[in-house]
Design a protein around this ligand. Sequence first.
Ligand code: ATP
Ligand code: MG
Length: 201
Amino acid sequence: MVLRGKFIVIEGPDGAGKTTQSKLLSQFLHSKGIKYLYTREPGGTKTGDKIRDILLNPESKISNMAECLLYASARAQLVNEIIQPALNEGTWVIADRYLHSSIVYQGMGLDLGIDIVEDINKIATTGLMPDVTFLIDLDTNTSLGRINRSKDRIESRGEVYFRKVREGYLNLAEKYGMIKIDGNKSVEEISLELIKNIPLK
Ligand SMILES: Nc1ncnc2c1ncn2[C@@H]1O[C@H](COP(=O)(O)OP(=O)(O)OP(=O)(O)O)[C@@H](O)[C@H]1O
Ligand SMILES: [Mg+2]
Protein backbone atom coordinates (compact mmCIF):
# COMPACT_ATOMS: atom_id res chain seq x y z
CA MET A 1 0.00 0.00 0.00
CA VAL A 2 1.29 3.47 -0.88
CA LEU A 3 1.30 5.91 2.04
CA ARG A 4 -0.63 9.08 1.29
CA GLY A 5 1.65 12.09 0.83
CA LYS A 6 1.49 14.95 3.31
CA PHE A 7 -0.30 18.13 2.36
CA ILE A 8 1.44 21.28 3.60
CA VAL A 9 -0.02 24.75 3.13
CA ILE A 10 1.84 28.03 3.55
CA GLU A 11 -0.40 31.04 4.09
CA GLY A 12 0.02 34.70 4.91
CA PRO A 13 -0.44 38.22 3.55
CA ASP A 14 1.16 39.43 0.32
CA GLY A 15 4.92 39.72 0.69
CA ALA A 16 5.06 37.73 3.96
CA GLY A 17 7.57 35.26 2.51
CA LYS A 18 5.40 32.31 1.42
CA THR A 19 7.14 31.65 -1.89
CA THR A 20 10.60 32.08 -0.37
CA GLN A 21 9.74 29.52 2.32
CA SER A 22 8.00 27.13 -0.08
CA LYS A 23 11.22 26.92 -2.07
CA LEU A 24 13.36 26.27 1.02
CA LEU A 25 10.93 23.63 2.25
CA SER A 26 11.04 22.01 -1.19
CA GLN A 27 14.83 21.83 -0.95
CA PHE A 28 14.55 20.25 2.49
CA LEU A 29 12.11 17.58 1.31
CA HIS A 30 14.35 16.90 -1.68
CA SER A 31 17.35 16.47 0.65
CA LYS A 32 15.33 13.86 2.57
CA GLY A 33 14.50 11.98 -0.63
CA ILE A 34 10.81 12.85 -0.32
CA LYS A 35 8.91 13.24 -3.59
CA TYR A 36 6.98 16.51 -3.58
CA LEU A 37 5.07 18.95 -5.74
CA TYR A 38 4.84 22.72 -5.35
CA THR A 39 1.60 24.52 -6.19
CA ARG A 40 0.75 28.18 -6.13
CA GLU A 41 -2.63 29.86 -6.29
CA PRO A 42 -4.54 30.96 -8.19
CA GLY A 43 -3.48 28.70 -11.03
CA GLY A 44 -1.27 25.64 -11.18
CA THR A 45 -3.23 24.01 -14.02
CA LYS A 46 -3.87 25.13 -17.60
CA THR A 47 -7.44 26.05 -16.75
CA GLY A 48 -6.42 27.59 -13.44
CA ASP A 49 -3.80 29.76 -15.11
CA LYS A 50 -6.47 31.16 -17.44
CA ILE A 51 -8.62 31.95 -14.41
CA ARG A 52 -5.56 33.52 -12.76
CA ASP A 53 -5.15 35.87 -15.72
CA ILE A 54 -8.76 37.00 -15.38
CA LEU A 55 -8.49 37.42 -11.60
CA LEU A 56 -5.24 39.36 -11.49
CA ASN A 57 -5.68 41.54 -14.59
CA PRO A 58 -6.33 45.10 -13.37
CA GLU A 59 -8.65 45.58 -16.42
CA SER A 60 -11.06 42.81 -15.31
CA LYS A 61 -14.47 43.83 -13.99
CA ILE A 62 -15.40 41.18 -11.40
CA SER A 63 -18.03 41.31 -8.66
CA ASN A 64 -17.03 40.18 -5.17
CA MET A 65 -18.99 36.93 -5.43
CA ALA A 66 -17.67 36.25 -8.93
CA GLU A 67 -14.15 36.74 -7.56
CA CYS A 68 -14.80 34.23 -4.80
CA LEU A 69 -16.23 31.69 -7.25
CA LEU A 70 -13.37 32.13 -9.72
CA TYR A 71 -10.80 31.45 -6.99
CA ALA A 72 -12.83 28.42 -5.94
CA SER A 73 -13.02 27.18 -9.56
CA ALA A 74 -9.26 27.42 -10.01
CA ARG A 75 -8.81 25.62 -6.69
CA ALA A 76 -11.30 22.89 -7.64
CA GLN A 77 -9.30 22.20 -10.77
CA LEU A 78 -6.01 22.21 -8.84
CA VAL A 79 -7.30 19.71 -6.26
CA ASN A 80 -8.85 17.46 -8.89
CA GLU A 81 -6.01 17.50 -11.42
CA ILE A 82 -2.90 17.89 -9.27
CA ILE A 83 -3.16 17.82 -5.46
CA GLN A 84 -5.40 14.81 -4.78
CA PRO A 85 -3.74 12.53 -7.37
CA ALA A 86 -0.29 13.47 -6.03
CA LEU A 87 -1.25 12.74 -2.41
CA ASN A 88 -2.84 9.43 -3.47
CA GLU A 89 0.39 8.24 -5.06
CA GLY A 90 2.44 9.23 -2.00
CA THR A 91 3.81 12.56 -3.27
CA TRP A 92 3.88 15.44 -0.79
CA VAL A 93 2.31 18.74 -1.77
CA ILE A 94 3.57 22.17 -0.72
CA ALA A 95 0.79 24.63 -1.47
CA ASP A 96 1.63 28.33 -1.65
CA ARG A 97 -1.88 29.47 -0.52
CA TYR A 98 -5.06 27.37 -0.23
CA LEU A 99 -8.66 27.97 0.84
CA HIS A 100 -7.62 30.02 3.89
CA SER A 101 -6.65 32.78 1.46
CA SER A 102 -10.22 32.89 0.13
CA ILE A 103 -11.76 33.00 3.59
CA VAL A 104 -9.51 35.92 4.47
CA TYR A 105 -9.29 37.89 1.17
CA GLN A 106 -12.88 37.40 -0.02
CA GLY A 107 -14.77 36.37 3.13
CA MET A 108 -13.26 38.97 5.43
CA GLY A 109 -11.49 41.47 3.15
CA LEU A 110 -14.47 41.89 0.81
CA ASP A 111 -17.04 41.23 3.57
CA LEU A 112 -18.67 38.27 1.76
CA GLY A 113 -18.75 36.48 5.11
CA ILE A 114 -16.75 33.55 6.41
CA ASP A 115 -19.55 30.96 6.32
CA ILE A 116 -20.42 31.30 2.65
CA VAL A 117 -16.78 31.26 1.54
CA GLU A 118 -16.16 28.19 3.68
CA ASP A 119 -19.19 26.43 2.16
CA ILE A 120 -18.15 27.23 -1.40
CA ASN A 121 -14.62 26.02 -0.76
CA LYS A 122 -15.70 22.84 0.97
CA ILE A 123 -17.51 21.94 -2.24
CA ALA A 124 -14.64 23.10 -4.48
CA THR A 125 -12.00 21.07 -2.64
CA THR A 126 -14.22 18.05 -1.88
CA GLY A 127 -13.33 18.74 1.73
CA LEU A 128 -9.61 18.07 1.27
CA MET A 129 -7.75 19.78 4.11
CA PRO A 130 -3.99 20.11 4.76
CA ASP A 131 -2.03 18.05 7.27
CA VAL A 132 -0.18 21.19 8.36
CA THR A 133 -0.89 24.86 7.70
CA PHE A 134 1.65 27.59 8.41
CA LEU A 135 0.69 31.22 8.79
CA ILE A 136 3.55 33.61 8.16
CA ASP A 137 2.35 36.71 9.95
CA LEU A 138 3.72 40.13 9.08
CA ASP A 139 2.53 43.67 9.80
CA THR A 140 0.99 45.42 6.81
CA ASN A 141 3.58 48.18 6.43
CA THR A 142 6.44 45.70 6.22
CA SER A 143 4.65 43.25 3.93
CA LEU A 144 3.51 45.92 1.47
CA GLY A 145 6.99 47.44 1.56
CA ARG A 146 8.39 44.13 0.31
CA ILE A 147 6.32 44.16 -2.88
CA ASN A 148 8.23 46.29 -5.33
CA ARG A 149 6.95 44.90 -8.63
CA SER A 150 3.95 46.41 -10.45
CA LYS A 151 0.78 45.56 -8.56
CA ASP A 152 -1.90 43.14 -9.83
CA ARG A 153 -5.67 43.68 -9.45
CA ILE A 154 -5.80 42.35 -5.87
CA GLU A 155 -2.53 43.98 -4.75
CA SER A 156 -3.84 47.35 -5.97
CA ARG A 157 -6.42 47.39 -3.18
CA GLY A 158 -5.57 49.95 -0.53
CA GLU A 159 -3.89 49.60 2.81
CA VAL A 160 -7.23 49.33 4.67
CA TYR A 161 -7.96 46.12 2.75
CA PHE A 162 -4.57 44.63 3.60
CA ARG A 163 -4.97 45.47 7.27
CA LYS A 164 -8.25 43.50 7.18
CA VAL A 165 -6.39 40.63 5.51
CA ARG A 166 -3.67 40.56 8.16
CA GLU A 167 -6.21 40.74 11.02
CA GLY A 168 -8.33 38.16 9.22
CA TYR A 169 -5.51 35.62 9.19
CA LEU A 170 -4.81 36.19 12.87
CA ASN A 171 -8.49 35.68 13.70
CA LEU A 172 -8.68 32.52 11.60
CA ALA A 173 -5.47 30.92 12.86
CA GLU A 174 -6.89 29.06 15.83
CA LYS A 175 -10.00 27.70 14.11
CA TYR A 176 -7.86 26.22 11.32
CA GLY A 177 -5.01 25.04 13.55
CA MET A 178 -2.51 27.21 11.72
CA ILE A 179 1.04 27.29 13.04
CA LYS A 180 1.80 30.98 13.36
CA ILE A 181 5.30 32.17 12.48
CA ASP A 182 6.72 35.66 12.89
CA GLY A 183 7.49 36.89 9.36
CA ASN A 184 9.92 39.50 10.73
CA LYS A 185 12.42 36.76 11.53
CA SER A 186 15.19 36.00 9.08
CA VAL A 187 14.55 33.72 6.10
CA GLU A 188 16.77 31.05 7.72
CA GLU A 189 15.05 31.22 11.13
CA ILE A 190 11.60 30.89 9.56
CA SER A 191 12.74 27.99 7.45
CA LEU A 192 14.01 26.14 10.53
CA GLU A 193 10.68 26.70 12.28
CA LEU A 194 8.81 25.26 9.33
CA ILE A 195 11.07 22.23 9.13
CA LYS A 196 10.70 21.63 12.88
CA ASN A 197 6.95 21.32 12.40
CA ILE A 198 6.95 19.04 9.37
CA PRO A 199 5.35 15.66 10.11
CA LEU A 200 8.19 13.45 8.84
CA LYS A 201 6.78 10.29 10.45
N1 ATP B 1 12.13 36.70 6.36
C1 ATP B 1 12.34 37.65 5.45
N2 ATP B 1 12.99 38.78 5.78
C2 ATP B 1 13.18 39.75 4.86
N3 ATP B 1 12.78 39.69 3.58
C3 ATP B 1 12.14 38.59 3.19
C4 ATP B 1 11.88 37.51 4.10
N4 ATP B 1 11.20 36.54 3.43
C5 ATP B 1 11.05 36.99 2.17
N5 ATP B 1 11.62 38.20 2.00
C6 ATP B 1 11.63 39.02 0.77
O1 ATP B 1 10.34 39.65 0.67
C7 ATP B 1 9.88 39.62 -0.67
C8 ATP B 1 8.55 38.85 -0.72
O2 ATP B 1 8.80 37.48 -0.43
P1 ATP B 1 7.94 36.32 -1.10
O3 ATP B 1 7.82 36.55 -2.56
O4 ATP B 1 8.49 35.02 -0.63
O5 ATP B 1 6.54 36.61 -0.39
P2 ATP B 1 5.12 36.00 -0.74
O6 ATP B 1 4.45 35.82 0.57
O7 ATP B 1 5.27 34.82 -1.61
O8 ATP B 1 4.46 37.20 -1.52
P3 ATP B 1 3.17 37.15 -2.52
O9 ATP B 1 1.97 36.99 -1.65
O10 ATP B 1 3.21 38.50 -3.16
O11 ATP B 1 3.39 36.01 -3.47
C9 ATP B 1 11.00 38.99 -1.50
O12 ATP B 1 11.76 40.01 -2.05
C10 ATP B 1 11.80 38.18 -0.48
O13 ATP B 1 13.15 38.06 -0.84
MG1 MG C 1 4.47 34.38 -3.50
